[in-house]
Write a protein that binds this ligand. Structure first.
Ligand code: ADP
Length: 492
C-alpha cells in the first residue's frame, strides 16, 4: 500500500479536501436525517392529538348516553385513513366502551390507555387522551398509528441525502482539483527543475512563479541560489582556464629546462670523457714504463690516478646514459645473438673481481636456449651492472647467474648471498641517484644510477626487472627479456 506521505502533493491536497468534505457532509446529512425523523414523529403525534380531540368531543354524547353504536360510528370515520390501525374509547371506570380496528389488527389491545400519554411502541405511534366535557371527565380515547409511512419517507430522504452527498463529493473533487493546481503546479515545477539541474548540471535554468506566497518565496530563493551557483561556476571555470594557461606555461618551461639540462649533461659528459680517456691512456703508458722507469711510490700513485679516472669515467658514462634515456634520445638496436655466450663471456670477465673477494661466481644455463633478437650491448650493460652490484654487496658466499626460457622471453636471475635490502627500500632502489643507506654498504662506492639505468634499458627492450631480497640473507634481481625486440621499442 502506498503511504500517504509518499503521495504527490496534488493527490495529498485533493485527498485532504475530499476527506474534509466527506466528514462535513456525513455530519450535516446525519443531522438532517435525525431532524427529519423527529419532525415526522412530532407531526404524527400532533395530528393524532388533534384527531383524538375531535373524535373525543364527537363521542361525548354517545358516552354520556351509553350509546356504543353511535360511539363506534364516530370511531368508524377513521376508515378513510388507513394508517390508523386501532382506536378505542374507555369509560370513566376504565371499561372498553367502543373500538375500531383495521381488519388485520383485531387482536390488538391498548395497555396504557387511561392516561394522557404518547409514545412509540414496536414501530407504532400510540396516543391516549382524556375526554372532558364542561370540565367533567367523560372517558379516554386511545389511537394507534402505523409508522410505515415514516420509514418510506425516511428512505426517500435517505436517497435524496445520498444523491446530495455524492453530488457534494463530486463538486468538492472538481473544486479541489482546480484549487490545488496553484499550489501543486508550482511545487511540481520546482521539483522537476531541481531534478533537471541535478541531472544536466545546467545552472542557467530558472523556475517561473506568479505567486507571492511562501511557494513564491521558495521559487525566488531557488532561482537566486542557481544564479549564485552559475556565477561561482563561471568564476571557477575562468580560474581553471587561467591556471591551466599558467600551468601549461610552467610545464613548457619545465620541459624546456629539462631538455636543456639533459642536453647540457650529455654534451658535458661527452666533453669530459675525451680528456678522461687521455688521462687513463697516458697513465697506462706511464705505468707500462714506456716513458721511462718509475719508482714504486710513483707507480702506486699513478695507479690511484688511473683507478679514480676509470671510476670517474664510469660515473660520466652513467650520467650520459640516464640523461639520454630521460631526454628520449637513447636508441636501442636489434641484433640476433646467443644469450648463453653473452652470459658466459660476462661472467668470465667479472669472475676475477669476485674471486678477489673470495666469492664464487657461476652460471646455470640450459642447453636449448633460443637465439635472442635484441640490443646485445645494452643487455650486456645490464648484466655487468647487476653482477657488479652483486659482487659489491656480497662479502662472503656466492653469486649465481641463472638463465631459463619463459613464454616468448628469457628469464635471467642474478642471485647473491650478500647484505640484502630492507623491504622498505626495495621500491626506491630503481630510482635515479638512490642509494640505500644501511650503514653497512656506505663504504661501497657508486653513483646510485646503475639500477635506474638497468630498469630504463630493460623497459626500452620491452622487458621488466624485479628484485626480491631478504635483509642479511641475499638478493635476487630478475630480468625478463623478450626474445624479439618490439617494433615500438625500435623507434625509441
Ligand atoms: P650504486 O651505483 O650505488 O650501486 P645502484 O642503482 O646500482 O647504485 O644501486 C642502488 C642501491 O641498491 C645500492 O646503493 C644498494 O644499496 C642497493 N643494491 C643494488 N644491488 C644490490 C645487491 N645485489 N645487494 C644489496 N643491495 C643492492
Amino acid at each position: 500500500m502506498i503511504r500517504f506521505r509518499n503521495l504527490s502533493i496534488k493527490t495529498k491536497l485533493v485527498s485532504i479536501q475530499l476527506f474534509t468534505t466527506f466528514f462535513v457532509l456525513v455530519f450535516f446529512l446525519g443531522f438532517y436525517l435525525l431532524s427529519q425523523y423527529k419532525q415526522f414523529e412530532e407531526v404524527s403525534f400532533s395530528r393524532m392529538s388533534t384527531l383524538a380531540d375531535v373524535l373525543g368531543s364527537n363521542s361525548v354524547s354517545a358516552m354520556v348516553f351509553y350509546d356504543n353504536g353511535a360511539a363506534r360510528e364516530v370511531l368508524g370515520s377513521l376508515e378513510t385513513q388507513a394508517e390508523f390501525l386501532n382506536a378505542a374509547l374507555y369509560d370513566t371506570t376504565g371499561q372498553l366502551f367502543a373500538e375500531y380496528h383495521q381488519p388485520e389488527e383485531i387482536n390488538y389491545r391498548f395497555s396504557n390507555a387511561l392516561s394522557d400519554s404518547q409514545y412509540t411502541q414496536a414501530g407504532y405511534f400510540i396516543l391516549s387522551r382524556e375526554i372532558v366535557s364542561e370540565n367533567i371527565l367523560v372517558g379516554w380515547i386511545a389511537l394507534r398509528l402505523d409508522t410505515s409511512t415514516r420509514e418510506a419517507l425516511l428512505s426517500k430522504v435517505l436517497w435524496q441525502s445520498l444523491i446530495i452527498f455524492l453530488l457534494g463529493l463530486l463538486i468538492a473533487y472538481i473544486l479541489s482539483i482546480k484549487a490545488q493546481e496553484s499550489i501543486s503546479d508550482s511545487i511540481r515545477t520546482l521539483a522537476e527543475t531541481t531534478i533537471k539541474v541535478r541531472d544536466s548540471g545546467d545552472y542557467s535554468l530558472r523556475v517561473q512563479s506568479n505567486t507571492r506566497d511562501e511557494i513564491g518565496m521558495l521559487v525566488d530563493g531557488f532561482n537566486a541560489m542557481l544564479e549564485k551557483i552559475s556565477h561561482h561556476e563561471k568564476h571557477l571555470e575562468d580560474l581553471v582556464a587561467e591556471r591551466t594557461i599558467e600551468l601549461e606555461g610552467a610545464k613548457a618551461k619545465a620541459e624546456e629546462s629539462d631538455h636543456l639540462k639533459s642536453a647540457f649533461l650529455a654534451s658535458m659528459s661527452h666533453e669530459l670523457r675525451t680528456p678522461l680517456n687521455s688521462i687513463i691512456g697516458f697513465t697506462g703508458i706511464l705505468l707500462q714504463e714506456m716513458a721511462g722507469p718509475l719508482t714504486v711510490e710513483q707507480k702506486k700513485q699513478l695507479s690511484m690516478v688511473k683507478g679514480s679516472s676509470a671510476h670517474l669515467l664510469e660515473l660520466i658514462n652513467d650520467v650520459l646514459d640516464i640523461s639520454k634515456i630521460e631526454s628520449g634520445r637513447l636508441q636501442v638496436f636489434g641484433d640476433a645473438f646467443k644469450i648463453d655466450l653473452l652470459i658466459v663471456m660476462t661472467v668470465s670477465s667479472l669472475r676475477p673481481f669476485a674471486e678477489k673477494k673470495g666469492l664464487t661466481l657461476e652460471y646455470l644455463i640450459p642447453e636449448d636456449l633460443p637465439e635472442v633478437y635484441s640490443d646485445k650491448r645494452r643487455v650486456e650493460q645490464v648484466l655487468i651492472n647487476l653482477i657488479n652490484n652483486a659482487i659489491k654487496f656480497t662479502d662472503e658466499g656466492s653469486i649465481r647467474v641463472v638463465c631459463s626460457k619463459a613464454e616468448n622471453a628469457l628469464s635471467i636471475d642474478v642471485i647473491d648471498t650478500g647484505i640484502g635490502i630492507n623491504q622498505g627500500d626495495l621500491t626506491h632502489i630503481f630510482e635515479t641517484f638512490r642509494q640505500v643507506d644501511t650503514g653497512l654498504n656506505r663504504v661501497k662506492e657508486g653513483s646510485g644510477l646503475g639500477l635506474a639505468i638497468c630498469k630504463r634499458l630493460i623497459e626500452l627492450l620491452g622487458g621488466t626487472i624485479n628484485v626480491k631480497s631478504e635483509f642479511g640473507i641475499g638478493s635476487t634481481f630478475s630480468v625478463i627479456l623478450p626474445l624479439k625486440l618490439g617494433a615500438q621499442t625500435d623507434e625509441d
